[in-house]
Design a protein around this ligand. Structure first.
Ligand code: SF4
Length: 355
């Protein structure tokens, strides 16, 4: 097995459920991960910020405005195409109906158009965002979305913008949309970057800040004890991930958005219900399939568990799944319960035919 490098998101996943962290680095299990609408919007905004570095310095604001409009549409279309491919045959909503679409767009636009000191300067910033590889000590600031890897500590990451300020490194991370107030989670990510930058760039870190738009910046206090505790915990997590012998922590909160439910035995045994008689996943044998129009079908399923294993109907399933009578199906994520025995299938419901 290749050597595992720990990123902030892998560390956070490990803290939530170690088993889910192990799944996320397993080559075969990785195929279960699919992008969310929120992640797609985040990718668009980050790409725009990164590319805005290349805007010529003498451009007027209406030129930058036009550049933003064209590139926003292009990047959104790319993300949409990826979502469509990954979620097929489910029908992904059009971008303008994604939650937070307009708010995220407005935040990214103010940042790019105002081009304050919150963004990398449009000057000689190296635009190469490719992997630096190991032992990248000596890389010089500023860094824009540059992948950093510390072989000393076994950690990796891609801070959005690292620049020199008062002889120290300042780290900015851009957070758009609805999640910027989730500061505790971001704090851990910033502390992770703190450790990474000090190791790779070989320079003391001064300020840490989350930038949400041109007028919303949250300074993250550098709590040196917490940073040291995190650094000390990294070897333990790496060792556990390398051994693969880790606990699963099934719970409503942990499993809700976990993409590995269908292959996680502890999850299946836990039989989690979101509300009484409303399980987080439906597993059972298909008793009947009924076509609905040209594109959809409705399934009658005998669940493996539940009171009297009473039949459950799931409607709105794309026919392209090709579910047949006698198949065992695993259906999870975004189950739209109309009542305990009737469930609507939505664009981000997962269906796996297990036999
Ligand atoms: S389904 Fe739940 S228990 Fe299983 S890996 Fe995911 S979060 Fe952990």
């Amino acid at each position: 097995m290749s050597e595992i490098r720990l990123s902030a998101s892998l560390y956070q996943r490990f803290q939530t459920c170690p088993k889910s962290a192990v799944f996320s680095i397993d080559h075969e299990a990785k195929a279960f991960s699919k992008p969310s609408l929120r992640a797609a919007l985040g990718n668009v905004s980050h790409k725009l910020i990164e590319d805005s570095v290349r805007i010529p310095q003498d451009w007027k604001s209406d030129q930058i405005h036009d550049w933003f409009e064209v590139n926003w549409e292009t990047f959104v279309e790319k993300q949409y195409a990826e979502l469509v491919e990954k979620w097929a045959p489910n029908i992904v909503p059009k971008p303008r109906s994604w939650p937070g679409y307009f708010a995220t767009r407005a935040s990214a636009k103010t940042l790019v158009i105002k081009n304050s000191g919150l963004l990398p300067p449009k000057t000689s910033v190296p635009t190469n965002s490719s992997t630096t590889g190991d032992d990248s000590k000596g890389v010089s600031l500023p860094l824009v979305e540059r992948f950093l890897s510390s072989s000393d500590l076994g950690i990796v990451g891609k801070p959005d913008f690292v620049f020199l300020e008062n002889d120290k490194a300042t780290i900015y991370d851009y957070k758009f949309g609805n999640n910027q107030l989730d500061l505790d989670k971001h704090k851990l990510q910033m502390y992770f970057y703190y450790i990474l930058v000090e190791s790779v760039v070989n320079m003391k870190v001064g300020r840490l800040a989350i930038v949400a738009s041109s007028n919303r910046v949250w300074e993250i206090p550098s709590d040196l004890k917490q940073i040291k505790d995190l650094e000390n915990d990294i070897p333990r997590v790496l060792e556990a991930l390398n051994s693969g012998k880790v606990m699963a922590l099934p719970s409503t909160q942990n499993c809700k958005f976990c993409p590995f439910k269908s292959i996680c035995e502890p999850f299946r045994k836990a039989n989690i219900e979101i509300y009484p008689h409303r399980p987080m996943a439906i597993v059972g044998e298909v008793l009947q399939t009924k076509p609905v129009g040209e594109n959809f079908q409705e399934l009658s399923i005998k669940p493996e568990r539940g009171p009297d294993q009473e039949e459950i109907k799931v409607f709105g399933i794309p026919r392209e799944y090709g579910v047949r009578v006698g198949d065992t199906v695993f259906i999870s994520d975004n189950l739209e319960f109309r009542d305990e025995r009737l469930i609507g299938f939505s664009w981000n419901t997962r269906l796996i035919i297990q036999g």
